[in-house]
Design a protein around this ligand. Structure first.
Ligand SMILES: C[S@@+](CC[C@H](N)C(=O)[O-])C[C@H]1O[C@@H](n2cnc3c(N)ncnc32)[C@H](O)[C@@H]1O
Length: 348
């Protein structure tokens, strides 16, 4: 998936095919403009304010305590980007905004958008990072509870939407009893598996800041008896044994190239014979040809925020096979086709 310059009318279309349109300028401007406008609207509570009723700019401004004239300009920008409708000075949500950006919607990405805002703050000055080669430590112990809240709640929002499809796509021979969710943070993927398998108990291993948030999220969902948490460092803590399922969701890209194969080996050791490892990670289309937009940007992103990278599918498959996994099966998810989703089995 990639963002593009999409014509709005016949003249735009002619301009696009003429080859005279300065595409890089438009992509640069609209990319930043769109992202920052939607993040601002979300942060200020504009979509929440309009969730139940249509309103004028003055009414929205009063509701979210902003300047009325400035609010009108923000609403007009959101109207132009297709997030709000505007009729005679009255604004309402478009279908897209109602579905994805209001907290009440079951497919809400509200918290994930807030996390995007924080992520781009952390990403900060890419130029300096590339010049110096100095990277951040995204999961450092000095991160504030506020950081963990944005991070873990943001990812939870996404997991809540993706969980059901993921669980449906993992085929298991028998009902699993024990699940280990490495770096499972919010615990929502564990919750999704527990929803499907009535006898399943899950253990989430994660860093203290994530565990604190995850426990609250799982309690809000009423799964605190079946999804438990353990604080630890996945690189050094004991993972335990006898699991039927091990989830490695968005974890492999958080570790260095030397540590990554060990993660697969440890998953293998934690599983009972016949157990299944499920891997979800950012796609990387390999090092031989051109990269997809996701592969390329995530390489930069994970390097700057964490000093790590996204690994090509070929490498991950090799580490799985080296660890002893068989029956490697790759599937595509509709909710996130730009991910690598692959399962493997420990022989019985
Ligand atoms: C990108 S998030 C993925 C969260 C969740 N698995 C998901 O897919 O939504 C990475 C998770 O790994 C955790 N993590 C990172 N380094 C870790 C470490 N050394 N030990 C344990 N957990 C770690 C983070 O706290 C975070 O919850």
């Amino acid at each position: 998936m990639r963002l593009g310059v999409i014509p709005e009318g016949i003249i735009d279309r002619i301009a696009l095919v003429s080859g005279k349109l300065p595409i890089p300028l438009l992509e640069t401007f609209w990319g930043i403009a769109l992202g920052s406008t939607v993040i601002t609207g979300t942060r200020l509570g504009v979509f929440e304010s309009l969730a139940k009723n249509k309103k004028t700019a003055e009414e929205v401004a009063k509701d979210v305590k902003c300047d009325a004239q400035a609010m009108k300009t923000l609403l007009n920008a959101l109207n132009g980007f297709g997030y709000l409708k505007r009729r005679k000075g009255v604004y309402s949500l478009t279908k897209k905004a109602g579905k994805w950006l209001t907290t009440e919607s079951h497919s809400s990405m509200h918290d994930a958008i807030l996390f995007m805002g924080e992520l781009f703050n952390i990403l900060g000055d890419i130029e300096t990072a590339v010049k110096s080669g100095k990277t951040e430590d995204f999961h450092s112990p000095d991160k504030t509870p506020e950081f963990w809240k944005y991070y873990i709640r943001g990812l939870a929002t996404f997991a809540r939407s993706a969980g059901a499809e993921i669980v449906r796509r993992v085929s298991l021979d028998k009902n699993p009893k024990r699940l280990l969710d490495i770096g499972g943070g919010h615990g929502m993927y564990s919750v999704a598996f527990c929803r499907k398998y009535a006898s399943l108990q899950a253990m989430v291993l994660d860093l203290p800041g994530a565990v604190e948030q995850g426990k609250n999220i799982v309690r809000e969902k009423g799964f605190e008896d079946r999804v438990r948490f353990r604080q630890g460092d996945l690189k050094v803590s004991e993972w335990g044994k006898g699991y039927d399922l091990v989830l490695l969701f968005n974890i492999i890209h958080t570790v260095s190239l030397t540590k990554a194969p060990q993660i697969l080996a440890r998953a293998y050791q934690s599983l009972s014979p016949g157990g299944t490892v499920v891997i979800l990670d950012s796609e990387h289309t390999g090092n031989e040809k051109d990269l997809s937009a996701t592969s390329g940007f995530n390489e930069l992103l994970f390097f700057i925020i964490n000093g790590t990278c996204v690994y090509p599918e070929k490498d991950i498959r090799k580490w799985m096979t080296d660890a002893g996994f068989i029956n490697l099966k790759k599937k595509k998810l509709l909710i996130m086709p730009m991910t690598l989703f692959i399962t493997g089995r420990k022989p019985s």
